[in-house]
Design a binder for this molecule. Structure first.
Ligand SMILES: [Zn+2]
Length: 455
């Protein structure tokens, strides 16, 4: 389907920079204590998707205003207004301000009454953080010739000795001496796929889970996968924000809409935490949001243990081939690629995300993103998508800007249809997988020589 103004539907979630945000009461947004049970009965306080329009303001201006007022503004086609996630009471409040507010759909899809959650799953089949960790251990133990499991850091709760998790990474390759080290000395180029940094983006962790199984199950059976695993280290960080995922999965039929980590900053509900995709130490920007907002970047760059663990790990495995100046190109002998999965909006995003100025390796970066889009058919974008909202402090910019490694974001899933939203039915995973698996392979194969032109 041809979509109106793809660049304008692109960045409201990712790029919204809230100079100041006043958090609305997040009634019904769920409890922020892992393991707690939120109410499962729909109430007027339950959140849903709405489209907001103003008779006197452009959609972009309205989006800025709503973000400043603390609304959870989403990506989406602005043809129907500014998409937000809000309670019915919030929607009524906006109508009283003279805005037009249309109900666009429920946050939750019904889970079949016949569904019985297997251990480690919730909401129709999505894996909990513990479910991923069991899977990681099982895969590593079943395939010692193909998989190395590493802990690369700790979640915020773990650093507080209050439960929490280690951040886990798998190295998947046909293991030879020197492979899967946490230094850049190995002989194989590296591709890293990271998922669920934003905890409520359920489809992303599940794609990582499927990618792991696909690789280990096809070594020796599928010639392309076999060649790839013979020549490339395929790293996977399935859950970048496990504390956040614990909060999300604390309600197994109506997941909690937690985006950030679990850092206790005094905010209630899903206001708790730091946006890990604004916390990286490259162009970190204090003005991304006040502490209870969804894009709160933390007190300083890389303030969060999750960020520190992930950055230290990535800085270790990738050779640095780029001068630190923003617009000095990485060298043509750069190896490696990186992908972080988010949802939703059907985008293939390439650097930079903090500025509209073209990255110095722009042509090669765009060529790879365009190749990815040939399989998933998502829009290829960079910069602010035409809206003046940027994503400083994001992981994809950090790895390109500081190491020279091509860093990409895929925003998985559509804006509309039954598979849209943060919490699509589990059955949507099969279409997400078939669309995106070839894009993962494209990026993995590009790791050997991502910058053929040097431009
Ligand atoms: Zn995200």
């Amino acid at each position: 389907m041809t979509r109106f103004a793809p660049s304008h539907r692109s960045r409201l979630r990712r790029w919204l920079a809230a100079a100041t945000a006043v958090l609305l009461p997040l009634l019904g947004a769920g409890l922020a204590v892992p393991g707690s049970a939120a109410a499962s009965v729909p109430t007027t306080a339950e959140q849903a998707y709405y489209d907001v329009t103003s008779p006197s303001t452009t959609a972009a201006g309205l989006a800025t205003d709503l973000t400043r007022r603390g609304y959870d503004v989403l990506e989406g086609p602005l043809t129907h207004g500014v998409p937000i996630l809000a309670t019915a009471a919030d929607a009524q409040r906006l109508r009283h301000r003279g805005l037009t507010v249309h109900y666009a759909g429920p946050l939750y899809q019904p889970v079949a009454s016949t569904f019985r959650a297997a251990a480690g799953t919730y909401y129709g089949g999505y894996h909990t953080a513990a479910g991923h960790e069991d899977h990681n251990r099982q895969v590593a133990s079943a395939h010692p010739d193909l998989v190395v499991l590493r802990g690369i850091g700790q979640s915020w709760l773990k650093t507080q000795s209050s439960g929490g998790h280690d951040i886990q990474a798998l190295c998947i390759t046909k293991i030879k001496a020197g492979d899967c080290a946490t230094t850049s000395g190995g002989s194989k180029p590296k591709f890293t796929l990271m998922a669920q940094m934003h905890a409520r983006e359920l489809a992303t962790g599940e794609l990582a889970y499927m990618w792991i199984d696909y690789l280990v199950n096809n070594y020796g059976a599928n010639a392309d996968v076999t060649r790839l695993m013979d020549t490339t280290e395929l790293w996977v960080i399935p859950i970048a924000n496990p504390d956040g995922v614990d909060i999300v999965s604390s309600n197994s039929t109506r997941p909690v809409s937690q985006r950030k980590n679990a850092h206790d900053n005094g905010c209630s509900g899903t206001g708790r935490g730091v946006d890990l995709n604004r916390n990286s130490s490259y162009h970190w920007d204090v003005n991304q949001g006040t502490k209870c907002s969804e894009t709160y970047p933390g007190t300083n760059a890389a303030s969060e243990p999750e960020t520190q663990g992930i950055q230290n790990f990535l800085a270790g495995i990738y050779r640095d081939t780029k001068p630190s100046a923003d617009f000095s190109p990485a060298t043509t002998d750069t190896t490696g690629t990186f992908l972080t999965l988010h949802s939703y909006a059907e985008l293939d995003i390439y650097p930079y995300g903090w500025t509209n100025s073209l990255a110095p390796n722009n042509n090669d970066l765009r060529t790879i993103a365009t190749a990815m889009s040939q399989s998933n058919h998502y829009d290829v974008v960079h910069g602010d998508g035409g809206l003046n909202y940027f994503a400083p402090g994001a992981t994809d910019d950090w790895i390109y800007g500081t190491r020279g490694v091509p860093g990409y974001t895929i925003e998985v899933g559509p804006d509309t249809s039954g598979c849209s939203g943060f919490f699509p039915r589990y059955s949507c995973m099969s279409s997400f997988w078939s669309l995106n698996r070839p894009a993962f392979l494209t990026l993995a194969n590009a790791a050997a020589h991502p910058y053929p032109t040097g431009h």
